[in-house]
Design a protein around this ligand. Structure first.
Ligand code: TYD
Length: 219
Protein backbone atom coordinates (compact mmCIF):
# COMPACT_ATOMS: atom_id res chain seq x y z
CA UNK A 1 0.00 0.00 0.00
CA UNK A 2 1.17 3.51 -0.72
CA UNK A 3 0.83 6.48 1.59
CA UNK A 4 2.39 9.90 1.88
CA UNK A 5 2.86 9.96 5.66
CA UNK A 6 5.58 8.41 7.81
CA UNK A 7 4.96 5.57 10.21
CA UNK A 8 7.27 5.32 13.22
CA UNK A 9 6.93 2.67 15.92
CA UNK A 10 8.60 2.31 19.31
CA UNK A 11 9.31 -1.15 20.60
CA UNK A 12 11.15 -2.58 23.57
CA UNK A 13 10.86 -4.56 26.78
CA UNK A 14 8.67 -3.37 29.62
CA UNK A 15 10.15 -0.36 31.39
CA UNK A 16 12.27 0.73 28.45
CA UNK A 17 10.72 4.23 28.48
CA UNK A 18 8.86 3.92 25.18
CA UNK A 19 5.86 6.00 26.20
CA UNK A 20 8.09 8.83 27.45
CA UNK A 21 10.20 8.79 24.30
CA UNK A 22 7.24 8.53 21.94
CA UNK A 23 5.71 11.56 23.70
CA UNK A 24 8.92 13.59 23.55
CA UNK A 25 9.37 12.87 19.85
CA UNK A 26 5.76 13.79 19.12
CA UNK A 27 6.12 17.11 20.99
CA UNK A 28 9.30 17.98 19.20
CA UNK A 29 7.90 17.24 15.74
CA UNK A 30 4.71 19.13 16.55
CA UNK A 31 6.76 22.15 17.59
CA UNK A 32 8.16 22.14 14.05
CA UNK A 33 4.63 22.40 12.67
CA UNK A 34 4.42 18.75 11.59
CA UNK A 35 1.05 16.93 11.63
CA UNK A 36 1.68 14.20 14.24
CA UNK A 37 -0.59 11.43 15.49
CA UNK A 38 0.63 9.81 18.73
CA UNK A 39 -1.04 6.52 19.58
CA UNK A 40 -0.41 3.21 21.36
CA UNK A 41 -1.11 -0.50 21.37
CA UNK A 42 -2.96 -2.28 22.67
CA UNK A 43 -5.49 0.55 22.49
CA UNK A 44 -5.80 3.61 20.30
CA UNK A 45 -9.53 3.11 19.55
CA UNK A 46 -12.58 2.57 21.80
CA UNK A 47 -12.61 -1.14 20.85
CA UNK A 48 -8.84 -1.34 21.31
CA UNK A 49 -9.05 0.19 24.81
CA UNK A 50 -11.66 -2.41 25.78
CA UNK A 51 -9.52 -5.22 24.43
CA UNK A 52 -6.59 -3.68 26.31
CA UNK A 53 -8.47 -4.14 29.59
CA UNK A 54 -9.26 -7.76 28.71
CA UNK A 55 -5.60 -8.36 27.89
CA UNK A 56 -3.83 -6.56 30.71
CA UNK A 57 -6.15 -6.66 33.75
CA UNK A 58 -4.78 -8.66 36.62
CA UNK A 59 -8.06 -10.54 36.98
CA UNK A 60 -6.64 -14.06 37.22
CA UNK A 61 -8.29 -15.22 33.98
CA UNK A 62 -6.19 -17.79 32.11
CA UNK A 63 -4.95 -16.72 28.68
CA UNK A 64 -3.44 -19.09 26.12
CA UNK A 65 -0.63 -17.31 24.23
CA UNK A 66 -2.51 -17.87 20.94
CA UNK A 67 -5.58 -16.23 22.43
CA UNK A 68 -3.45 -13.25 23.46
CA UNK A 69 -1.96 -13.04 19.96
CA UNK A 70 -5.45 -12.94 18.43
CA UNK A 71 -6.70 -10.33 20.90
CA UNK A 72 -3.70 -8.05 20.30
CA UNK A 73 -4.25 -8.55 16.56
CA UNK A 74 -7.97 -7.71 16.83
CA UNK A 75 -7.18 -4.43 18.58
CA UNK A 76 -4.51 -3.75 15.93
CA UNK A 77 -6.89 -4.31 13.01
CA UNK A 78 -9.29 -1.68 14.38
CA UNK A 79 -6.41 0.67 15.08
CA UNK A 80 -5.04 0.40 11.53
CA UNK A 81 -8.45 1.00 9.95
CA UNK A 82 -9.62 3.84 12.20
CA UNK A 83 -6.43 5.67 13.15
CA UNK A 84 -3.17 4.65 11.52
CA UNK A 85 -4.16 4.24 7.89
CA UNK A 86 -6.33 7.43 7.63
CA UNK A 87 -3.52 9.48 9.22
CA UNK A 88 -0.85 8.07 6.92
CA UNK A 89 -3.04 8.70 3.91
CA UNK A 90 -3.45 12.37 4.75
CA UNK A 91 0.34 12.67 5.14
CA UNK A 92 0.77 12.71 8.93
CA UNK A 93 3.66 11.33 10.93
CA UNK A 94 2.17 8.50 12.98
CA UNK A 95 4.07 7.55 16.14
CA UNK A 96 2.86 4.32 17.69
CA UNK A 97 3.94 2.96 21.08
CA UNK A 98 4.17 -0.80 20.24
CA UNK A 99 2.85 -2.49 17.09
CA UNK A 100 2.95 -5.90 15.38
CA UNK A 101 6.59 -6.55 16.36
CA UNK A 102 5.47 -6.71 20.01
CA UNK A 103 3.29 -9.71 19.18
CA UNK A 104 6.23 -11.48 17.54
CA UNK A 105 8.49 -10.66 20.51
CA UNK A 106 6.06 -11.42 23.38
CA UNK A 107 3.75 -14.14 22.06
CA UNK A 108 6.38 -15.55 19.66
CA UNK A 109 9.86 -15.40 21.18
CA UNK A 110 8.47 -15.03 24.72
CA UNK A 111 5.62 -17.56 24.77
CA UNK A 112 6.50 -19.90 21.91
CA UNK A 113 3.74 -19.27 19.35
CA UNK A 114 5.31 -20.09 15.94
CA UNK A 115 6.82 -16.96 14.44
CA UNK A 116 5.62 -17.63 10.88
CA UNK A 117 1.99 -17.85 12.04
CA UNK A 118 2.38 -14.56 13.90
CA UNK A 119 3.83 -12.91 10.81
CA UNK A 120 0.79 -14.06 8.79
CA UNK A 121 -1.51 -12.82 11.53
CA UNK A 122 0.35 -9.49 11.57
CA UNK A 123 -0.05 -9.05 7.82
CA UNK A 124 -3.76 -9.86 8.11
CA UNK A 125 -4.37 -7.46 11.00
CA UNK A 126 -2.39 -4.58 9.51
CA UNK A 127 -3.35 -5.02 5.81
CA UNK A 128 0.38 -4.84 5.21
CA UNK A 129 0.80 -1.39 6.78
CA UNK A 130 4.36 -1.62 8.08
CA UNK A 131 6.46 0.99 9.87
CA UNK A 132 8.97 3.06 7.92
CA UNK A 133 11.20 3.10 11.01
CA UNK A 134 11.11 1.18 14.28
CA UNK A 135 13.02 2.39 17.30
CA UNK A 136 14.03 -0.40 19.66
CA UNK A 137 14.65 0.98 23.14
CA UNK A 138 16.84 -1.73 24.54
CA UNK A 139 17.31 -2.19 28.30
CA UNK A 140 18.49 -5.14 30.39
CA UNK A 141 15.54 -6.96 31.95
CA UNK A 142 16.38 -6.07 35.57
CA UNK A 143 16.87 -2.37 34.74
CA UNK A 144 13.48 -2.30 32.99
CA UNK A 145 11.79 -4.06 35.87
CA UNK A 146 13.34 -1.70 38.42
CA UNK A 147 12.02 1.25 36.41
CA UNK A 148 8.54 -0.22 36.21
CA UNK A 149 8.36 -1.11 39.91
CA UNK A 150 9.37 2.43 40.82
CA UNK A 151 6.12 3.64 39.19
CA UNK A 152 2.51 3.21 40.24
CA UNK A 153 1.74 -0.43 41.19
CA UNK A 154 -1.72 -0.05 39.58
CA UNK A 155 0.07 0.68 36.32
CA UNK A 156 1.65 -2.76 36.23
CA UNK A 157 0.17 -5.19 33.75
CA UNK A 158 -0.38 -8.89 34.23
CA UNK A 159 3.02 -9.48 32.55
CA UNK A 160 4.86 -7.57 35.24
CA UNK A 161 3.51 -8.21 38.74
CA UNK A 162 5.91 -9.79 41.19
CA UNK A 163 3.89 -12.99 41.57
CA UNK A 164 3.82 -13.64 37.84
CA UNK A 165 7.03 -11.94 36.74
CA UNK A 166 9.14 -14.39 34.84
CA UNK A 167 12.65 -13.12 34.18
CA UNK A 168 13.40 -15.83 31.60
CA UNK A 169 10.30 -14.83 29.63
CA UNK A 170 11.35 -11.18 29.60
CA UNK A 171 14.88 -12.19 28.63
CA UNK A 172 13.50 -14.08 25.59
CA UNK A 173 11.40 -11.07 24.67
CA UNK A 174 14.43 -8.79 24.79
CA UNK A 175 16.54 -11.19 22.70
CA UNK A 176 13.62 -11.55 20.29
CA UNK A 177 13.49 -7.81 19.69
CA UNK A 178 17.24 -7.72 19.13
CA UNK A 179 16.96 -10.56 16.62
CA UNK A 180 14.15 -8.79 14.73
CA UNK A 181 16.40 -5.74 14.52
CA UNK A 182 19.29 -7.84 13.19
CA UNK A 183 17.04 -9.44 10.54
CA UNK A 184 15.82 -6.09 9.22
CA UNK A 185 18.50 -3.50 9.99
CA UNK A 186 17.24 -0.87 7.54
CA UNK A 187 13.93 -0.56 9.38
CA UNK A 188 15.16 -0.87 12.96
CA UNK A 189 17.28 1.48 15.02
CA UNK A 190 18.54 0.01 18.29
CA UNK A 191 19.01 2.64 20.99
CA UNK A 192 20.65 1.96 24.36
CA UNK A 193 17.80 2.97 26.68
CA UNK A 194 19.69 2.37 29.93
CA UNK A 195 20.62 6.07 29.93
CA UNK A 196 19.00 9.38 30.92
CA UNK A 197 15.86 10.24 28.96
CA UNK A 198 17.33 13.36 27.34
CA UNK A 199 20.27 11.43 25.86
CA UNK A 200 17.89 8.82 24.44
CA UNK A 201 15.61 11.55 23.06
CA UNK A 202 18.55 13.18 21.27
CA UNK A 203 19.47 9.94 19.48
CA UNK A 204 15.85 9.24 18.57
CA UNK A 205 15.28 12.74 17.22
CA UNK A 206 18.52 12.63 15.23
CA UNK A 207 17.44 9.44 13.46
CA UNK A 208 13.92 10.66 12.75
CA UNK A 209 15.12 14.06 11.54
CA UNK A 210 17.29 12.23 9.04
CA UNK A 211 14.39 10.03 7.97
CA UNK A 212 12.12 13.06 7.49
CA UNK A 213 14.99 15.02 5.94
CA UNK A 214 14.58 17.84 8.44
CA UNK A 215 17.34 20.36 8.78
CA UNK A 216 17.92 20.52 12.50
CA UNK A 217 20.34 21.35 15.22
CA UNK A 218 21.39 17.98 16.61
CA UNK A 219 21.49 19.29 20.21
P1 TYD B 1 1.70 -1.43 28.53
O1 TYD B 1 1.10 -0.99 29.83
O2 TYD B 1 1.38 -0.67 27.30
O3 TYD B 1 3.22 -1.61 28.78
P2 TYD B 1 4.45 -0.84 28.19
O4 TYD B 1 4.38 0.52 28.85
O5 TYD B 1 5.59 -1.68 28.63
O6 TYD B 1 4.23 -0.82 26.69
O7 TYD B 1 1.32 -2.96 28.36
C1 TYD B 1 1.53 -3.61 27.23
C2 TYD B 1 1.92 -5.02 27.61
O8 TYD B 1 1.40 -5.92 26.63
C3 TYD B 1 3.41 -5.18 27.64
O9 TYD B 1 3.77 -6.05 28.68
C4 TYD B 1 3.68 -5.84 26.30
C5 TYD B 1 2.45 -6.64 26.04
N1 TYD B 1 2.15 -6.83 24.59
C6 TYD B 1 2.17 -8.11 24.06
O10 TYD B 1 2.43 -9.08 24.77
N2 TYD B 1 1.87 -8.29 22.73
C7 TYD B 1 1.54 -7.24 21.92
O11 TYD B 1 1.26 -7.43 20.71
C8 TYD B 1 1.51 -5.93 22.48
C9 TYD B 1 1.15 -4.75 21.64
C10 TYD B 1 1.83 -5.77 23.83
Amino acid sequence: MIWSGTFITFEGPDGSGKSTQAGLLAQRLESLGIDVVLTREPGGTPLGERVRRVLLDRDGVRHAARADALLFAAARAQHVDDVIWPALRRGAVVICDRYADSTVAYQGYGSGVPLDRLRELGAFATRGVRPNRTILLDVPVDAGLARRSAGEPEGLTRFETADTFDAAFHERVREGFLELARIEPTRWLVVDADRPADAIARDVFGAIAELLQLTHEAG
